[in-house]
Design a protein around this ligand. Structure first.
Ligand SMILES: Nc1ncnc2c1ncn2[C@@H]1O[C@H](COP(=O)(O)OP(=O)(O)O)[C@@H](O)[C@H]1O
Ligand SMILES: [Mg+2]
Length: 279
């Protein structure tokens, strides 16, 4: 009788759709900082593009920030397609792979702008196992890519926590300002808690100094020494200077290598990709 009941109930449980498993195993990097305007999106887009262009990697760039800046930043390199990341996160049994769209950069896919993503932030709060949803939705997806880069929102909400729980590494952009440094401290605290409670695999890839003003060397030096003192070797050997081509590229909707490959911004993000390629 009990077995009969089991068989009967089993029919009521939806089994997830099976998708083909790929032969890869992506390294997942969350680009995260608790302050806006420090270069998260610029870093996520430029690094993703550099890994695809110069390191022959299959790369997926996930826009987890409801502002949808990734799609704006590479608008002219998108030709439509893809689905809704919020649907994937909200419905059981989905995979991020269902939402991805190709770009004109060989090897680079992205999740397109999704206006529903800000509502997902609150909705996730009501779900069982809410911190693990993105990680679960990447299980098959990660077998189709070499690298997955997540552009996280600037607040530590449900979406950002999902990004950090799914990640192998967190890359922390920080501009040389006291406020940004405070944000690094707060984020490192959050990452430490996540490492203890939710994702023991997470590691800090490093703090990336961005928007460094070459003329303000005293401030740069003070911030750099403080990061080095607090986090030891966490400061990455590459720095990104202020470079108007990076802002212009974002405005033109192109990655920096397509907009102006000879710019300093392009050169420095290429150097960052060299470091990341060693992972
Ligand atoms: N190194 C840089 N030099 C000059 N402008 C930059 C640089 N990095 C980012 N920007 C510009 O600064 C603004 C904020 O950058 P963004 O990457 O969108 O930050 P976040 O995602 O952290 O909010 C954008 O207008 C961007 O084009
Ligand atoms: Mg952004």
């Amino acid at each position: 009788m009990r077995n009969l009941l089991k068989v009967g109930l089993r029919r009521l449980v939806k089994t997830p759709e099976r998708r083909p498993i790929g032969g890869r195993h992506a390294i997942i990097i969350a680009v995260s900082a608790q302050k806006g305007g420090v270069g998260k999106t610029t870093t996520a887009v430029s690094l993703a593009s550099a890994m695809a262009r110069f390191h022959d990697k299959r790369v997926l760039l996930i826009d987890l920030d409801p502002q949808g800046h990734v799609a704006t930043a590479i608008q002219s390199q998108l030709s439509g397609g893809g689905g809704s990341l919020s649907n994937v996160l909200e419905d059981d049994g989905g995979e991020v792979l269902d939402a991805v769209a190709p770009t004109s950069v060989q090897g680079l896919d992205v999740t397109p702008f999704d206006p529903k993503l800000s509502a997902t932030e609150d909705l996730l709060g009501t779900r069982m196992g809410k911190e693990f949803i993105l990680r679960d939705r990447l299980k098959v997806t990660r077998t189709h890519y070499d690298m997955i880069i997540i552009d996280c929102p600037p607040n530590i909400g449900n979406l950002c926590v999902n990004g950090l729980v799914a990640a192998d590494y967190v890359l922390i952009p920080c501009d040389p300002s006291p406020l940004a440094l405070k944000g690094v401290n707060a984020l490192v605290d959050t990452v430490s808690t996540i490492a203890v409670r939710l994702n023991p695999n997470i590691d800090v890839l490093g703090v990336l100094l961005t928007r460094v003003d070459g003329r303000n060397t005293t401030l740069n030096q003070a911030i750099m020494s403080e990061i080095e003192e607090t986090y030891g070797p966490a400061l990455l050997p590459v720095q990104i200077g202020i470079n108007s081509s990076l802002a212009k590229a974002q405005h033109a909707g192109k990655d920096i290598f397509s907009f102006d490959d000879s710019s300093r911004g392009a050169q420095q993000y290429r150097e960052l990709a060299e470091v990341v390629a060693l992972l």
